[in-house]
Design a binder for this molecule. Structure first.
Ligand code: ACO
Length: 427
């Protein structure tokens, strides 16, 4: 029997349907609340608001579970390639060998970016943050593919999906090359997705560059771990922008901007900067724990805490193990890894963090691996964006396929009541 939720307002009873998800999550469907009662719900930060029904990613913050289309993150990170996971997220099923070959081939053969995009890029200052550049250039892509503006045909959308997947890594490497004063590299379609990205980042015209398979495998894992995370800030942004039927490039560009913030994807850059500062300050982790606990300091322990995970973030667990492995394999001895471990151990025993259920999140250890791979700090959030792209695409596509209505929250107005206009000369 389907459940009903009863609400009593001003002595009157109202009934609302209860929706149950495939993992027994329950929600009260309040779509008719205002019509029936005149009331709306108020939920700042959407802590309790389900914005959609989605079949893409399941996460259980209490149990520390994360699954893409039903497959555990642990299995996917261990056994799959990033493009396989991208296909799974976007199209709903793991690809057959034939589907995978086709998808991989198409992504490989669309990596080249229109030369006129380079002219736009050249106009950015040399020290521009790569996230600002990435978001602008993805938005600019819509100008190069105007057929996205009104087409809803599946094959047209599929082509734009391939273009985004193929070209984002190419564009992402440009900022880094410019910051170094090096020429940008063209993609090499003989290479797989991760190796091609690494080669565009690190190859120089004057010497031979061989992709280290340890580095490529580590990158593959990191991208998978970041590939989707249901209705987080950037994904909700992509869906909200897309709900106005804005084209896919503009929607993804908005998601990149949302990801940039230090409370979201930008935290991975903040974590390394914080660990570096602790190191430079003599390595006293307790001092920083105390600062994080002191609200008047304005300091937060970056890489700690999560809106949904209140036990542990399964991605952080995988990344911590991977950080140990990758650094050992590459023979890198990074003192900030030790500082990160000390900080984690101290926080996990501290009543402040325990009582608020604050645990390391995905960003706490990811920067340490990126550094070991040679990726500079200001590119960390760009790496996150490359990983999150298939998730954003899948969520955008689901929202459009399900013909979801335009997103438009309401508010409780708390400004002045009606008053008479006073002419300027009388003020
Ligand atoms: N350091 C110190 N205190 C913290 C931290 C932290 N990192 N995170 C939360 N708290 C405290 C808050 O001050 C608050 O304390 P109070 O109850 O005494 O007021 C309590 O814990 C709850 O925190 P909220 O900010 O209300 O939790 P919310 O769910 O809104 O925020 C967030 C989650 C933004 C991730 C937060 O934990 C944070 O700022 N963390 C640091 C930034 C970070 O690592 N972001 C990456 C998140 S993962 C991702 O986006 C990929």
């Amino acid at each position: 029997m389907s459940q009903i939720a009863e609400v009593t307002i001003d002595g009157q009873n109202y009934q609302f349907p209860v929706i149950e998800g495939s993992e027994r999550e329950k929600a009260i469907d309040i779509a008719k609340l205002r019509d029936q009662t005149g009331y709306i719900t108020l939920d700042s930060g959407f802590k309790n608001t389900g914005a959609t029904k989605s079949a893409i990613t399941f996460l259980d913050g209490e149990e520390g579970i994360l699954r893409y289309r039903g497959y555990s993150i642990e299995d996917l990170a261990e056994k799959a390639s990033f493009l396989e996971v991208a296909y799974l997220l976007i199209y709903g099923e793991l690809p057959t060998q034939e589907q995978y070959q086709q998808f991989e081939h198409e992504v490989r053969t669309h990596t080249l970016v229109n030369e006129d995009m380079r002219k736009i890029f050249e106009g950015f200052p040399v020290n521009a943050h790569p996230m600002g550049v990435l978001s602008s250039l993805v938005s600019a892509m819509s100008a190069f593919y105007p057929d996205t503006y009104d087409s809803t045909a599946e094959d047209v959308t599929d082509l734009h999906i391939i273009r985004l997947m193929a070209k984002l890594p190419t564009i992402a490497t440009w900022s880094y090359k410019k910051s170094k004063g090096h020429p940008v590299n063209y993609p090499n379609n003989n290479l797989d997705y991760c190796s091609n990205f690494l080669s565009m980042m690190f190859a120089l015209p004057v010497e031979k560059y061989e992709v280290d398979p340890v580095v490529s495998a580590a990158l593959n894992k990191l991208l998978i771990l970041h590939a989707d995370h249901e209705q987080n800030c950037s994904t909700s942004t992509v869906r909200l922008v897309g709900s106005s039927q804005a084209n896919i490039y503009s929607s993804i560009s908005a998601g990149i901007s949302a990801l940039w913030g230090p409370l979201h994807g930008g935290a991975n850059q903040e974590v390394i900067e914080m660990l570096e500062a602790i190191k430079a300050d003599g390595g006293d982790t307790q001092k920083y724990i105390n600062m994080a606990k002191d609200k008047s300091s304005g300091f937060r322990l970056f890489g700690f805490g999560h809106r949904v995970y209140k036990n542990f973030d399964p991605r952080a667990r995988i990344i911590k193990k991977a950080a140990n492995e990758v650094l050992t394999k590459l023979g890198v001895n990074d003192p900030v890894l030790e500082i990160a471990k000390q900080l984690e151990a101290a926080a996990l025993e501290d009543e402040y963090f325990v009582s608020r259920k604050l645990y390391p999140n995905v960003d706490f250890y990811s920067g340490i691996i990126y550094r070991a791979l040679g990726i500079p700090t200001n590119m960390f959030t760009v790496m996150f964006a490359i990983g999150r792209l298939p998730g954003w695409i899948a969520q955008w596509k689901e929202m459009r396929t399900n013909k979801e209505p335009i997103g438009r929250p309401r508010q409780v107005y708390v400004g002045p009541a009606q008053r008479d206009f006073v002419a300027l000369e009388s003020r």
